[in-house]
Design a protein around this ligand. Sequence first.
Ligand code: SF4
Ligand code: SF4
Length: 100
Amino acid sequence: MEKQQNMPTNTPAKRRVLGPCSHILVAANTGSWRMERPQVDEEACIRCGICSKYCPTACITVNKEGCPLEFDWHYCKGCGICANECPRQALSMIPEGSGE
Ligand code: SF4
Ligand code: SF4
């Protein structure tokens, strides 16, 4: 079995690893709950994937090249856990709709 850290974040397999709560969150359009959204500092991010592992909706994909992170805005609920867990302070939460 492939290690969790090597899996793409938005796969059904990843959600199985996270358990039944993730299925409930995935079934809901949790993106509609969002008041703030994470923004990545591409210079500070080291692509370690810690934010992705902690995200309760498994909506962060870590890229090997280019922009380090992709967020699935249908599911990102703006909880800020990813920003809290980042060891590089590469994520900041900005108001939804701020256009930054
Ligand atoms: S935890 Fe921080 S440094 Fe690691 S991939 Fe996420 S944003 Fe980048
Ligand atoms: S704010 Fe971060 S941890 Fe929370 S749902 Fe969005 S991407 Fe995941």
